[in-house]
Write a protein that binds this ligand. Structure first.
Ligand code: NCD
Ligand code: ZN
Length: 430
């Protein structure tokens, strides 16, 4: 058997436990898993002794921007950042300029991304204003739909139920930013936190989950932040399992104290919360109530962040910090590596129905992330591939990092360097 790539002496998760073996790759696929010895040769052999090989990470909440906002990030820089962070698939959010709300825009984005992407890229779409555009958007390959508080498909116009039903009919999940539409009027950090309170999150979660239940669609709640929300989802899941939710590293690791100290750079929606919220998020994550960790990579120009709290843009980059931050937590004993694989690879593939990804299995795509659990480092935004060279985690010490990122059998990143040609990634069409 001629192989393109053979990863030797790998420890990897396989059917619920970590095993040792060799992973053989040909034509972008995992063709064989050898337990024990293996005499095969390949064009490229990687010795993964003392490393762990994970199924490539899937980040379901990424703002790659590009188009009219390519000054913030573009498909190339954003996906280089993903590969540098050990992420092999990203789902791009539709709050772009122009908005992603038609088959035409989606087609244009796919074409543009094809020549620039370094990892696999799937696209979210907003709901279109005309309901008959929904099948066309799906035909064009949208992975899922996304609803924002400011979208016209709000509760009041009454058009949301029809759209949820339509998404459900086509088997597409609907992701929501669970906050109510608010008047963004505030001058201090305290006022900002108050305007975007946990009540605003909670009432949106209730409203969306009731609507989803009625439409019998799969609802994915993006970046949940509070104890109250977590407890509600815990009960809800018992009666309505077609709901999933995600948490970001920043909501797991930072509190309001951090924004009070550092100011607008840490402005993000939803905002950072209290210690008791963090504790309940960690518990829910470990218990399987929270299904996914996603970065909500939301890059802006630094000058757009260095403004008063009311004028600063919300969000910050996350693709290059998520995995290292979480491996540090594995080392600290706060989460198991097994659970991390579930929330960073397996569950994202399941929820968003991304075929042949999220697991290391024969016949699956050769999307692999090789990590060194013991490597120490410091978060240094100057070294980011993202155009957004700042981070709330700047200077944090981490233990555990990605060493090699393999996308469809191609080594894209090695020791922090992007080594594949531009466009080595691919566009997902489901
Ligand atoms: C996101 C952005 O900048 O697009 N900002 C944020 O603070 N999270 C929007 C979003 O995901 O809600
Ligand atoms: Zn959001």
């Amino acid at each position: 058997m001629t192989l393109d790539l053979l990863i030797r002496n790998a420890t990897f998760p396989w059917r619920g436990q970590f095993v040792k073996g060799n992973i053989a790759v040909r034509s972008g696929k995992i063709v064989k898993l050898f337990r024990g010895s293996c005499t095969e040769t390949a064009e490229r052999v990687i010795n993964a002794e003392n490393r762990v090989v994970l199924p490539g990470l899937i980040d379901v909440h990424v703002h790659l921007r590009d188009l009219e906002q390519s000054y913030k990030e573009d498909y190339h820089t954003g996906t280089c950042a993903a590969a540098a962070g050990g992420i092999t698939t990203v789902l791009d959010m539709p709050n772009t300029r122009p908005k992603t709300d038609s088959a035409e825009v989606l087609k244009f984005k796919k074409k543009l991304a094809q020549g620039k992407a370094m990892v696999n890229v799937g696209f979210f779409s907003l709901f279109p204003s005309r309901i008959d555009e929904i099948p066309k958007i799906i035909e064009e390959g949208a992975v899922a739909f996304k609803v924002y508080p400011q979208d016209p498909e709000s509760w009041l116009t009454g058009s949301l139920p029809d759209r949820l039903k339509s998404a459900s009919k086509f088997g597409k999940p609907v992701a929501v930013h669970p906050e109510e539409k608010v008047k963004d009027e505030y001058n201090t950090i305290q006022q900002f936190l108050q305007v975007h309170s946990i009540n605003i999150e909670f009432s949106a979660v209730i409203r969306y989950t009731l609507a989803a239940e009625r439409a019998q669609c799969h609802l994915h709640l993006c970046h949940i932040t509070s104890k109250r929300t977590v407890e509600y989802i815990r009960t809800l899941k018992a009666s309505y399992p077609r709901v999933s939710c995600e948490v970001t590293p920043h909501h797991l690791l930072l509190t309001r104290k951090h924004i009070e100290e550092k100011g607008s750079l840490l402005k993000v929606l939803p905002p950072l919360r209290e210690n008791e919220d963090l504790e309940s998020l960690w518990l829910a994550l470990n218990q399987g109530i929270i299904d996914v960790i996603a970065s909500d990579h939301a890059p802006h120009q630094k000058s757009e962040k260095e403004k008063s709290i009311s004028d600063a843009s919300p969000g910050f980059p996350g693709l290059e910090t998520t995995l290292s931050l979480m491996l540090t937590q594995v080392n600290a004993g706060r989460i198991s590596l097994k659970r991390l694989v579930e929330v960073l690879s397996e569950n994202p593939a399941k929820i968003f129905k991304i075929k042949s990804k999220g697991k290391i299995e024969e016949g699956y795509d050769a999307d692999l992330t090789i990590i060194d659990l013991k490597a120490k480092g410091k978060i240094n935004p100057d070294s980011f591939y993202s155009k957004a060279k700042y981070s709330p985690f700047e200077g944090w010490t981490v233990k555990g990092k990605p060493i090699t990122t393999i996308v469809n059998g191609v080594v894209v990143m090695e020791h922090g360097e992007i080594i594949a040609p531009k466009g080595a990634g691919s566009v997902l069409t489901t």
